[in-house]
Design a protein around this ligand. Structure first.
Ligand code: ZN
Length: 149
């Protein structure tokens, strides 16, 4: 896993997680990288930056928290939000949206009737329970859209 510090044309900085440097380059070339704060494309690597810089990943409207110590310190709500957002973005970037067919598709993958891959979509609580009973692991994802500015 390669963690890169990225920056959008508007100066928003955030982290991107990639399988490799080549994975980053491929996604960048295909225009798959967008700023999680303003959705702008043309994302570039920052030459050098702190490994964790959550304060700057928060929406600009919120007060910028003081530099976060790497561990053990209580996290501000905006820092937690930034991490959740990051995770959600990564999941969205790496899974196929199968929408309402989620439960069916999860079953097909589980039984080898569809290619093994990450999928996302909608499932009711009853569907999730049924999948769990069949030994198919699914995870609920927080739905959260960043505020536009
Ligand atoms: Zn931006």
């Amino acid at each position: 896993m390669k963690v890169l510090d990225l920056v959008c044309p508007h100066g928003h900085t955030f982290e991107g997680w990639f399988a490799s440097e080549a994975d980053y380059a491929g996604q960048q070339q295909r225009g798959l990288l967008v700023c999680p704060i303003c959705d702008a494309g043309d994302i570039r690597k920052r030459p050098s930056a702190p490994r964790l810089n959550l304060g700057h990943a928060a929406a600009p409207a919120e007060p910028t928290p003081a530099a976060q110590p790497a561990t053990d310190a209580p996290m501000s709500p905006s820092a937690i939000k930034a991490i959740v957002h990051e995770v959600v973005q990564q999941v969205l970037a790496r899974t196929e949206d199968v929408g309402e067919r989620f439960a069916d598709e999860a079953r097909r993958i589980h039984h080898g009737q569809a290619p093994e891959r990450g999928i996302r979509g909608q499932a009711s609580a009853a569907e999730r329970e049924a999948l769990a009973d069949e030994g198919i692991e699914v995870m609920a994802l927080p739905v959260w859209r960043p505020a536009r500015h």
